[in-house]
Design a binder for this molecule. Structure first.
Ligand SMILES: C[S@@+](CC[C@H](N)C(=O)[O-])C[C@H]1O[C@@H](n2cnc3c(N)ncnc32)[C@H](O)[C@@H]1O
Length: 215
């Protein structure tokens, strides 16, 4: 999705975002963040933090930088109860104004199915995290089942152009994690790749744990 369209959609949808996620795409965030095995004093990037659904799961003593393109999503995130030290910034994940090797870990929820360029976004996450850093990803994704893929193809235009609900949440219904993780030649080690397959083309997902394998 083009950047302007992302900003417009998520600014417009911000107030209703969590009610929609709870109704259609609810996933507990604690296991995702726990998989990073964070210790006090560590730094973590929350990539496209949105309304901050991950934020309450970060432990005390950890410093979290949450970035997003939508200021209305960030405004919702500011109201979250948190134990960690949280900084929220308006930024484009595809072009981060952050130094190399700034973070001990990174997380993202439902991000790569929305960004314009998933490979570029993961490249940036690898650049700003340290070698060996863990990266935890939770997302909607393209099914590996060709029958379900056909239904995802059917909803793809509406999901990315019209949204569901209209103009409030838009995403790439064909977000291909096999391409991103296994065929992009990015320096990653895949530690965990759990796919959530469903007969419902709206409900296919994945939870991944990667290690930054840059030299
Ligand atoms: C489906 S929401 C996910 C929000 C949150 N991570 C969560 O788990 O609920 C997608 C978010 O990605 C943000 N986004 C999309 N493209 C982005 C980009 N290039 N840089 C930063 N944020 C982006 C949107 O503004 C939106 O807040």
């Amino acid at each position: 999705m083009q950047t302007e369209k992302v900003i417009e959609t998520y600014n417009h949808g911000a107030a209703d975002y969590e009610a929609i996620m709870l109704r259609y795409w609810h996933v507990e965030r604690e296991p995702l963040i726990a998989s990073l095995e964070l210790s006090p004093g560590q730094t973590v990037l929350d990539a496209a933090v949105g309304t901050g659904l991950n934020l309450p799961a970060y432990p005390e003593g950890v410093s979290v930088t949450g970035i997003d393109l939508s200021h209305e999503m960030l405004n919702q995130a500011r109201a979250k109860p948190v134990s960690a030290q949280v900084t929220l910034k308006l930024a484009d994940l595809q072009q981060l104004d952050l130094s190399d090797d700034s973070f001990d870990a990174a997380a993202s929820g439902f991000t790569f199915c929305v960004v314009n360029d998933p490979v570029r976004s993961l490249q940036e996450m690898l650049r700003v995290t340290k070698a060996g850093a863990l990266i935890a990803i939770l997302d909607y994704c393209k099914s590996r089942d060709p029958e379900i893929q056909k239904w995802q193809e059917l909803i793809a235009d509406a999901a990315s152009q019209v949204g569901f609900p209209t103009n409030k949440i838009k995403w790439n219904a064909l977000m291909d994690y096999d391409s991103l993780i296994y065929h992009s030649n990015l320096p990653i080690e895949v530690l965990q790749d759990v796919r959530i397959e469903s007969q419902n083309p709206f409900s296919c997902g994945c939870q991944l744990l990667l290690r930054n394998a840059k030299g």
